[in-house]
Write a protein that binds this ligand. Structure first.
Ligand code: ATP
Length: 249
């Protein structure tokens, strides 16, 4: 592993017209680390992830992934080395699970796509419905396919938006263990946006809690608990969420 952070963000700002969605945030994620990004609805998490993917241009500030500037053409060099999963992004409905994964595998230029798909299908228990059209999957099955899609290219940086939403407790637990092992074994850096406090507490070595576009609190789950005098991360989250909103001066 190198000393270079896998993700490095500084003074990052994003305005949508009059709305400042991200307000000067900065953070780094080391290779192999799993970092949680928490925050209430509208806190700026999705906007931050979209800028990390190079899908949105920042208003100002710096976004680097694996040493590449995501605001320039340089991002095309790093996109094959990263991936993203969100259960809220739909898969092409008519294609079967296998066909879906194959299309994405081709886009990533993966060699032996069939072998890679079969390996992930085994790991994520997708084998029974590889030939099922995506439209016939339950939301939990779809979530697992989305995760397989995100792991196809063995990413070095993985951005996850609620990866276990809609999974039953048993499958959710399985997926969390899988992600934990994947980060440890591969050195992949994971940024995990989630509303599931237990998941974040279990997976993340560090947590950032966003509010109104800023990082309001940051640290290990234990540090945050101590700082806020709270026994659980959920209570810390509620303290921050329920504190009066700041009015822009
Ligand atoms: P959630 O947990 O609800 O998904 P979030 O933390 O991901 O929320 P964002 O989606 O990043 O939050 O939104 C941050 C702010 O930017 C909100 O005030 C939102 O209304 C605003 N916003 C997001 N997308 C747009 C857009 N395309 N145009 C205008 N405003 C937007």
């Amino acid at each position: 592993m190198t000393d270079q952070p896998a993700i490095h963000v500084s003074s990052l700002v994003k305005d949508y017209g009059e709305v400042r969605a991200v307000d000067g945030i900065g953070f780094s994620v080391a290779p192999g680390a799993v970092v949680g990004l928490l925050g209430g609805n509208g806190a700026g998490k999705t906007t931050t992830i979209s800028m990390l993917l190079g899908l949105l241009l920042p208003t100002s500030g710096k976004v680097e992934v694996l040493g590449h500037d995501m605001t320039s053409g340089d991002r095309f060099a790093v996109l094959p080395r990263m991936n993203f999963a969100s259960p809220y992004v739909n898969l092409p409905y008519r294609l079967t699970v296998f066909q879906n994964l194959k299309v994405y595998g081709l886009l990533y230029g993966i060699r032996d796509i069939g072998g890679r798909i079969r390996g992930l299908a085994r790991d994520l228990d997708l084998e029974p419905f590889l030939d099922t059209p995506a439209r016939k999957l339950s939301s939990g099955q779809k979530t697992r396919v989305t995760l397989a899609k995100a792991l196809l290219n063995q990413p070095e940086v993985l951005l996850l938006d609620e990866p276990t939403a809609s999974l039953d407790p048993d499958t959710g637990d399985f997926v969390r263990t899988y992600l934990q092992d994947y980060a440890q074994d591969s050195g992949c850096a994971i940024l995990l946006a989630s509303h599931n406090m237990q998941e974040v507490e279990r997976l993340c070595s560090r947590i950032m809690i966003m509010k109104q576009g800023r990082i309001h609190a940051e640290g290990t789950p234990a540090e945050l608990g101590r700082r806020f005098g709270r026994a659980s991360l959920e209570e810390v989250f509620l303290d921050i969420a329920r504190a009066p909103r700041e009015v822009a001066s």
